[in-house]
Write a protein that binds this ligand. Structure first.
Ligand code: TYM
Length: 338
């Protein structure tokens, strides 16, 4: 019997800062849901991470920590290819090729580049500018059909699609494109979790203010405290109005993403009760949601030899998938085969 080949899903996270509830609800949780149905590759994108200065010791530790968290969240290392981007040389190699098919004007429009250059005015390096091209290479190397990400990566994905289409138009035949044009997979709720102290900006891994983000390894007391102090507004009404009440809308999104409760039901349930009970309910849901992840994390992180084996196997499996695509790209470009 012939088995139909599963479509490829690929995504990645930068091993910088600490993983947040935003990363979980926007990305990681959805990765876990896809592992049965798709052929999934999930990367720790260390090459992307050095676009900002990193302490080498901390970076290495973070990679193990993040990998352990991937697994603790429910990603099975047998079913998924879990790997470090720098272990598969084809990523950097394809990025170079794609650089020659990406226009400077396209990169100038990237909002994340503009934001990051503003934040790191003393280190606006070429890698930061080129970051979306490396991301396109990550995706296109694997014949990826779907890319599960949060809302902030949408523009980068559109660029990856544009570059793929441009390359296909030059080198592919209509019935035999070189690259598959990938589709984003962005969750309907939880795709943009905002900061608890600054609900008009997204919750971020590298936030300076501890209380702005909930981290996956935060204990119940810290989580309770952070939600208690979360910025709302001077009113008392639990109502979904992102423009007028961004803090409340963000908490409602978090609760809805975790429990599936609709905004209308929430509005009715907390009517006339003020923010206190509502915030406590959100904290409780987050604590319960992270409990099983935290319970598994310690043992997984403690087995560093096991994590190294996962990465070794991940690197081999990822390279085996990526190398034929790179060879095909080199071939259509007219490079002499090795
Ligand atoms: P990164 O490391 O910033 O974030 C990892 C994932 O988490 C999502 N995310 C959020 N979702 C909801 N609310 C938030 N506040 C929030 N913050 C982050 C991101 O959308 C992302 O899905 N460029 C990527 C990494 C990358 C990549 C790739 C992704 C490199 N190559 C190829 C997909 C495919 C990044 O910096 O993600």
């Amino acid at each position: 019997m012939t088995q139909t080949k599963k479509q490829v899903v690929l995504s990645g996270i930068q091993p910088s800062g600490r993983l947040t509830l935003g990363n979980y609800l926007g990305a990681l949780r959805n990765w876990v849901r896809l592992q049965e149905q798709y052929d999934c590759c999930y990367a720790l994108v260390d090459l992307h991470t050095i676009t900002a200065r990193q302490d080498p010791k901390v970076l290495r530790e973070r990679c193990y920590e993040f990998l352990a968290l991937y697994i603790a969240c429910g990603l099975d290392p047998q079913k998924n290819v879990l790997f470090v981007q720098s272990h598969v040389a084809a990523h950097a190699q394809l990025a170079w090729v794609l650089n020659c098919y990406t226009m400077v004007g396209e990169l100038n429009r990237m909002t994340q580049f503009k934001d990051k250059s503003q934040k790191n005015a003393d280190n606006i390096n070429a890698g930061l500018y080129d970051y979306p091209v490396l991301m396109a290479a990550d995706i296109l190397l694997y014949d990826t059909a779907k890319v599960p990400v949060g809302d902030d990566q949408k523009q980068h994905l559109e660029l990856a699609r544009d570059v793929a289409i441009r390359f296909n138009n030059i080198y592919g035949a209509p019935d035999k494109p070189v690259f598959r044009v990938p589709e984003p997979m962005i969750p309907p709720v939880g795709a943009r979790i905002m900061g608890l102290q600054e609900p008009t900006a997204k919750m971020s891994k590298s936030d300076d203010a501890e209380s702005n983000a909930v981290y996956l390894l935060d204990g119940p007391d810290a989580i309770e405290r952070k939600f208690k102090r979360a910025v709302t507004d001077s009113g008392a009404e639990v109502r979904y109005a992102p423009e007028e009440k961004p803090g409340v809308a963000n908490l409602m999104s978090i609760l809805s993403a975790i429990t599936g409760e609709s905004f209308e039901a929430m509005q009715a349930r907390f009517a006339g009760q003020g923010y206190g009970k509502f915030k406590a309910a959100v904290a409780e849901a987050v604590i319960e949601c992270l409990k099983p992840v935290q319970a598994r994390y310690k043992d997984i992180r403690g087995d560093e030899a096991g994590l190294k084996r996962v990465l070794q196997s991940g690197a081999e499996r990822a390279a085996a998938k990526a190398e034929p695509m790179l060879a095909r790209v080199h071939d259509v470009l007219g490079f002499i085969p090795k």
